[in-house]
Design a protein around this ligand. Structure first.
Ligand SMILES: Cc1ncc(COP(=O)(O)O)c(C=O)c1O
Length: 392
């Protein structure tokens, strides 16, 4: 008898971000005063309208199976959002699927698109889960790295060079986790022009859409009509509405992709929780003021973090255009995994090494934390950096 396990799953990496926050949690539980700036979730409360809608759903016994693609009124609301806010003119509820987080939307899509040996182009620094998901779906992640000097932006000509007959899909994430960088409309249109030339899909992960700070306006490639048969747009309520635990994400896909993604979901999880769907519906319909308030706080924190970091010698960073992260780069430190382990052990501050995002000599700091926590964490980072330099 062979007790082999799936080589696809075995060869996929575990999320380093989760590993670090778990260690930090354990240290906290042991009574150590750990400052965690590693998490990718808003520290705000879920909007009241969403919580009340969930309670109503429970009391009204809205607790049974729903349509596996999601409840009709939520899908209608999402389709309207895609039309009005994202310029996806033809978006209808019949092309929308609601899943257990944007994460499941991405996984379902890659599962529906990829055959063994296909390639998925991922722009680095990337969100930790993309390569592992591609591997688990039988595909080979092809990493295309942006450089610090160009704010980590990948150029369309580099994308063209990376495309092969095996390329099934390109994943775009703007605003980006971990860099906070955003591509402009022109840059996205230039990517779109490349994609239009080849038989491949574009998966646009727009989960940080509502959290933008600078002059760049969020642009959805799904709005480019020539790409309507190729773009899958993913979004969700986790980040914008502080609803990470509710697990609601959603996507829009062209008919032929929609059918397959729907099959993946129908045969695996069915649908996300009926109660969470009602909560997400309320958030999308009535939560815009909460989004504005949280955005204002994030914006103030971004300015604070950038001004504190600017005073620390030995590191450099770009001011993020969006999301809630600053991606710090070091000239002197290459082994960021060792440095982050040192910071956690000796200075009790949890940060995520650039290695987790496919970029060495860097680390990610999340500003989804209170101003006091941010000040404390950045002070520890500064002291740790100095001490690490002496140690080497
Ligand atoms: C870029 C990116 N995409 C997707 C997700 C997943 O979001 P959700 O909580 O909706 O699954 C995250 C969460 O960290 C993310 O950073």
């Amino acid at each position: 008898m062979s007790l082999d396990l799936s080589t696809r799953v075995e060869s996929a990496l575990e999320a380093q971000t989760l590993a670090i926050s778990n260690t930090a949690k354990k240290m906290k539980a042991a009574g150590i005063d750990v400052v965690s700036l590693s998490v990718g979730e808003p520290d705000f409360d879920t909007p009241l309208c969403a919580k009340e809608a969930a309670l109503r759903a429970i009391h009204e016994n809205f607790t049974h199976y729903t349509d596996s693609n999601g409840i009709a009124d939520l899908r209608e609301t999402i389709a309207k959002k895609f039309r009005e806010e994202n310029g996806i003119k033809d978006a209808t509820a019949s092309n929308v699927i609601v899943s257990a987080g944007a994460k499941q939307c991405i996984y379902n899509t890659l599962m529906a698109l990829c055959n063994e040996g296909d390639e998925v182009i991922i722009l680095a620094p990337y969100w930790v889960s993309y390569p592992a998901m591609a591997v688990m779906c039988g595909a080979r992640p092809v990493i295309l790295s942006g450089e610090y000097e160009h704010a980590y932006k990948v150029k369309p000509e580099d994308l063209r060079k990376a495309i092969t007959p095996r390329t099934k899909c390109v994943i775009l994430n703007s605003p980006s986790n971990p860099t906070g960088m955003m591509y402009t409309e022109d840059e996205i249109r230039a990517f779109g022009a490349v994609i239009a030339e080849y038989d491949c899909y574009l998966l646009s992960d727009e989960i940080y859409e509502k959290l933008t700070y600078g002059d760049i306006k969020h642009f959805s490639p799904g709005a480019i009509s020539e790409l309507s048969s190729k773009v899958i747009t993913v979004n969700g309520v986790s980040k914008a509405y502080a609803m990470t635990g509710w697990r609601i994400g959603y996507l829009h896909a062209p008919d032929h992709v929609f059918r397959e993604v729907s099959k993946v979901q129908g045969q695996s999880t069915s649908h996300p929780s009926s109660i969470a769907q009602k909560a997400a519906l309320a958030a999308l319909q009535f939560g815009s003021e909460d989004v504005i308030a949280m955005h204002a706080a994030f914006s103030a924190r971004k300015s604070l973090v950038c001004s504190l970091l600017a005073e620390i010698p030995g590191l450099k960073f770009h001011i993020p255009d969006g999301a809630f992260y600053v991606f710090i780069s070091f000239d002197e430190i290459q082994d960021d995994v060792d440095f982050c382990a040192y910071l956690l052990e000796e200075f009790h501050v949890a940060l995520v090494p650039g290695d987790a995002f496919g970029c060495q000599g860097a680390l990610r700091i999340s500003f989804a934390a209170s101003e006091d926590t941010l000040r404390k964490g950045i002070d520890r980072l500064a002291r740790g950096l100095k001490a690490y330099g002496r140690k080497k």
